[in-house]
Design a protein around this ligand. Sequence first.
Ligand SMILES: CC(=O)SCCNC(=O)CCNC(=O)[C@H](O)C(C)(C)COP(=O)(O)OP(=O)(O)OC[C@H]1O[C@@H](n2cnc3c(N)ncnc32)[C@H](O)[C@@H]1OP(=O)(O)O
Ligand SMILES: O=C([O-])CC(=O)C(=O)O
Length: 445
Amino acid sequence: MDNTFLAQFYGKSQIYTDIPNHLYKDFNVKKGLRNEDGTGVLVGLTRVADVVGYKYDDEGHKIDTEGTLYFRGIDINEIVKNRNGLRYIYEEACFLLLFGYLPKQSELDKFCKILKDNYELPDDFLEMNLLRMPGKNLMNKLQHAILTLYNYDEDPDNTDVYETLLKGVQIMAKLPSIACYAYQSKMHYYEHKSLVIHYPRKDYSTAENILYMLRLDGKFSEKESNLLDIMLLLHADHGGGNNSTFTNVVISSTDTDIYSAVSGSIGSLKGPRHGGANIKVALMMDAVISEIGYTRDDNKIKDIVVKLLNKQFYNKSGLIYGFGHAVYTISDPRAEVLRHYCGIVAREKGREEEFEFYLRFERIVKDTLLEMKGLTACANVDYYSGFAYDMLGIPRDMFTPLFVISRMVGWLAHNLENKLYDGRIMRPATKYVGTINEYIPMEER
Ligand SMILES: CC(=O)SCCNC(=O)CCNC(=O)[C@H](O)C(C)(C)COP(=O)(O)OP(=O)(O)OC[C@H]1O[C@@H](n2cnc3c(N)ncnc32)[C@H](O)[C@@H]1OP(=O)(O)O
Ligand SMILES: O=C([O-])CC(=O)C(=O)O
């Protein structure tokens, strides 16, 4: 495509289209839907999850606190701590998020059975949509696959709340197979690897099936599936304000089908400032480690951190992926859990040197962000998740798709809540700040 003219039009357009930055302040526009103090503009009420990173003192000043994440009022740390050998901790969290209470064993069994009965994909779906049409990016492929599921639904445009629950649970159950097969298909087509297709097993949990479907020999240890189960739990929801969940609710508020809304959420989660940060962290750490190795020299690490912030290294975005958060400043509770597990697994797998480097890098990034940008920022969930997945032998292509598998339940829970208790089409306003112009006939321009 010859872009010369487009470049010329684009260059000329800026005289006509420019919006001076001060106007945002003049009209009190909340850029990024944020208040002056960085907190999010209130756009809804929820009882699904609470993301706590600050409180207000008596004078109304924002005070940063350690991060806490509650699912239906229960601290996620309590869920992780009380695991007690349960194989279905993620499924238990799904029940909790969807129905608001902790299931009795019999209720959890019934819920898991519904998921298991829906694990498999419709006839010909695997062949027609995944094997014959491999995708070079799994997130885009997931969007495509979800939109295609619409065609297999007899009543896809039914947006009734209960129907949405049924459809959503079916999507949740099928996502692990879709993602794993999309990965296998990509590897086979683009990398000429052997095509591995294991059908999901009904005696396996979501976490177990993912490991089973990804591995050639289908084998995994209990420790590995336990860690993945916890990771799925940690990613399952993050309140109504995170970009992909908000996207879901915005799209659904038009009363469109759930397949369109989920596809939109996947598009949002792919972004490197959101869920896609987990791949960026892995790539950034590759670049850092190949430059300075697992050095214990803080100065060398600081130099590279400064270069990252000054847009002189890696992708020159100026961002350090895996750090910072819209709500958490002092700590992201999910990163705390993951750091703990990464330490344990790294020792078992002989990867202590790498883990210690991650710890040092984390400390220096935090100090440098404060020093250079005045920003109190912590490692977020995406900083340690890739390292953990890597130790589980999970390929990078699957990092963000795993987030989708896990977060689907959060999207669904907020979608249902919004349908039940808000239900109005989302329609904020923008202020026109251009001029009013005459239409000039062609011969006079
Ligand atoms: C699952 C998740 O979505 S967790 C988040 C995953 N994303 C990442 O890890 C990407 C890196 N982090 C970021 O881009 C940001 O911290 C976000 C998107 C997570 C949050 O963004 P915001 O809430 O807008 O950031 P915040 O208001 O705290 O940032 C203020 C300033 O600090 C900068 N900043 C924030 N995080 C970082 C970072 N990781 N590296 C460098 N600078 C940063 C911002 O660019 C901004 O600078 P500016 O005023 O010069 O433009
Ligand atoms: O809350 C956010 O903005 C991003 C996040 O951590 C998540 O969605 O898990």
